[in-house]
Design a protein around this ligand. Structure first.
Ligand SMILES: Cc1cc2nc3c(=O)[nH]c(=O)nc-3n(C[C@H](O)[C@H](O)[C@H](O)COP(=O)(O)OP(=O)(O)OC[C@H]3O[C@@H](n4cnc5c(N)ncnc54)[C@H](O)[C@@H]3O)c2cc1C
Length: 384
C-alpha cells in the first residue's frame, strides 16, 4: 500500500497552491461581497487566469478523466476561493466532463479547449422547482420537430448560467419510457432561440458563483449529447457520481482554509496573558479540525483512485467520502468560528465567509440523506 502522490501530482499541488495564493485568494473576500451583477466578470477573469496557467482543466487533459489530478488541484483552488472553484467545476469538470465522456470527437474539439482555457464558460442544468435529488421528476421536455429539438421547461438553480456560453440541459425525450430510457442531455448554446437566463440569484454562501434560473421557451437545441436520445439519465448519473470526489475537494479546501486561519488566530490572539491556542479548549479544536480534514482528504483521494481504476466499489467510496467530508467541513467551520468568537462573526471576515460557504457540500448533488440512503442500500444488497 502506497499513500504517496506521484512526483507529478505533488508538483501540481504545489504549483496550484502557489498560484492560487498569489492570484486567486487575495480577491476571494471582494468577490464574496460584490453585487451579484458584478461577480460574473470577476469570475470570468479568475477562470481565465486558471486557464492560462493550465490548472482549470486539471484531470481532463488525458484520454479519460483523472479524478486524483482533479482532486489535488481542486482542493487548492477551493482553499483559495470556494466560489471560484465551484464555478470552474461547473464549467470544466461538469459541463466539459460530460462532453469529454459522452460526445463525439468533433464536439470535444469544438468545446473542450475553450472551456479548459477559460475562454468559454459551461453550465449544467437539471434541477427544477419540483425536482432536485429526485431527478426523475423533472418536467422539462424535448420534442424533435423536423430535425430540431424544441425544449420547454424551467431549471431553477443553475451555477454559471448568467455567464455561460454553453449549457448542458436535461430533458425528457420520452416521458413514458421513464427516467433511465427517456431522458436526454442537450447541448444548448448561449444564443439559442428561446433560451432565457434569469436575474442572478442571491445565496447565503458561495456568493461569488454566478447563479440563476434558466427558462426554455420553445428553445432550439441542435445537439443531443452523444447523438442518441435516451441516454441522459445515465450520463448525468455518471458525472454526478464522479462529482462526489470533486465536492470533497471543495469541502476539504474550505476546511483547510478554516484550519489555517484558526491556527494563526490561536497563535496570535492572547487572553488572560496566554496565547489562546495554549488553552486545551482551543487546542483540542485545532486537533479535531486537522483530523477531520485529513480523513476527508484520505477518503476523497481513495475514492478518486478507485474511480480512476474502475474498481467495483468506487461509487460507494465516493458517496462515503462526500458524506463524511462535507459534514466534517461544516463542523470544522463551526470550530473555526468558535476560535475566532465575536471577531469571526463580523461581516466581511474570512471566517464568516468560510462558515457560510462550508454548508453547501452537505446539501448539494445528493445531500447527506441521499448519500446515506445509497450507502445503506449497498450494504443491504451485499448481505441479501
Ligand atoms: C450554490 C448552488 C449551486 C447549484 N448549482 C446547480 C447547477 O449548476 N445545476 C443544477 O441543476 N442544480 C444546481 N443546484 C441545485 C442543487 O443541485 C440541488 O439543490 C440539490 O441537488 C438538492 O436538491 P433540492 O434542493 O431540490 O433538495 P431536495 O431534493 O428537495 O431535498 C430536500 C431534503 O429532502 C431530503 N430527501 C430527498 N429525498 C430523500 C430520500 N429519498 N430520503 C431521505 N431524504 C431525502 C434531502 O436530503 C434534503 O434534505 C445548485 C444549488 C446551489 C445552492
Amino acid at each position: 500500500m502506497d499513500y504517496e502522490l506521484t512526483g507529478e501530482q505533488k508538483k501540481l499541488q504545489q504549483d496550484v497552491a502557489l498560484f492560487c495564493a498569489r492570484e486567486i485568494a487575495p480577491g476571494a473576500q471582494k468577490l464574496d461581497v460584490s453585487p451579484k451583477e458584478e461577480v460574473g466578470s470577476f469570475i470570468r477573469e479568475n477562470l481565465r487566469k486558471l486557464g492560462e496557467a493550465g490548472f482549470l482543466g486539471a484531470g481532463l487533459a488525458g484520454d479519460s478523466l483523472d479524478l486524483v489530478e482533479h482532486y489535488v488541484a481542486g482542493e487548492e483552488i477551493a482553499k483559495a476561493c470556494a466560489s471560484t472553484f465551484l464555478s470552474a467545476r461547473a464549467s470544466v469538470f461538469m459541463c466539459g466532463g460530460l462532453i469529454k465522456l459522452f460526445s463525439e470527437a468533433e464536439k470535444q474539439e469544438k468545446y473542450l479547449p475553450g472551456l479548459m482555457k477559460g475562454d468559454l464558460v459551461g453550465a449544467v442544468a437539471y434541477t427544477e422547482a419540483e425536482a432536485g435529488s429526485d431527478i426523475a421528476s423533472i418536467a422539462t421536455t424535448a420534442k424533435n420537430e423536423g430535425g430540431t429539438w424544441i425544449l420547454n421547461g424551467v431549471k431553477d438553480i443553475v451555477g454559471n448560467a448568467p455567464i455561460a456560453d454553453v449549457l448542458i440541459v436535461l430533458a425528457y425525450t420520452d416521458m413514458e419510457a421513464g427516467a433511465e430510457k427517456g431522458m436526454s442531455l442537450f447541448i444548448v448554446e448561449r444564443d439559442a432561440k428561446g433560451l432565457n437566463i434569469g436575474s442572478p440569484l442571491e445565496t447565503m454562501g458561495l456568493r461569488g458563483l454566478p447563479l440563476s434560473e434558466v427558462r426554455l421557451d420553445n428553445c432550439e437545441a441542435k445537439e443531443i449529447l452523444g447523438g442518441e436520445p435516451g441516454k441522459g439519465y445515465g450520463q448525468l448519473d455518471r458525472i454526478l457520481k464522479m462529482g462526489a470526489v470533486s465536492i470533497v475537494s471543495l469541502s476539504v479546501g474550505i476546511g483547510m482554509a478554516c484550519m489555517e486561519k484558526a491556527t494563526q488566530h490561536a497563535k496570535s490572539r492572547k487572553a488572560f496573558g496566554r496565547q489562546i491556542g495554549k488553552y486545551q479548549g482551543v487546542g483540542f479544536k485545532l486537533a479535531d479540525m486537522f483530523t477531520g480534514n485529513d480523513l476527508g482528504r484520505m477518503l476523497g483521494l481513495r475514492a478518486a483512485w478507485a474511480m480512476n481504476r474502475g474498481e467495483n466499489e468506487a461509487d460507494i467510496l465516493g458517496a462515503c467520502a462526500k458524506l463524511f467530508a462535507t459534514e466534517s467541513t461544516t463542523n470544522i467551520a463551526n470550530l473555526a468560528m468558535q476560535i475566532f468568537a465575536g471577531h469571526g462573526y463580523i461581516k466581511g471576515t474570512d471566517i464568516e465567509r468560510l462558515y457560510r460557504d462550508a454548508k453547501f457540500g452537505e446539501i448539494c448533488e445528493g445531500p447527506s440523506e441521499i448519500q446515506r440512503t445509497i450507502i445503506a442500500k449497498n450494504e443491504l444488497d451485499k448481505f441479501a
